[in-house]
Design a protein. Sequence first.
Length: 131
Amino acid sequence: MKTFATILAGVALALTGASASAETLAERGEKRLAEMLEGRTAGTPVSCISTPRSNKLDVIEEVGLVYEAGDTIYVSRPSDPKSLDRDDVLVIERFGSQLCKQDVVRTMDRYQGFINGAVFLGDFVPYKKNG
């Protein structure tokens, strides 16, 4: 009986580990974004944001793009973000210092150098620190 209980406990532990490792990229991205936005409040979405420094643009895998501007973090969630990958390079065609809704952002494989996806930006939701 003790052996059966040990086997049952082992199976339960293995199943728990399997379900934890089955987390999708989008789920991990959502968790990462939630951590970034902790202690912040969402504001009214805007269509364009000034982005003088594009090195502050961060990819959240299969979720969206985040731009940090001082105490404010802007989040844009494209309608189909599956091609967003942290290992890719963003290729942004800009016509000024703003990123706007419906601008096209292409993703390029960092190692092979080919374009492997594209997203159309959504509205930018500002998140400001509480307090």
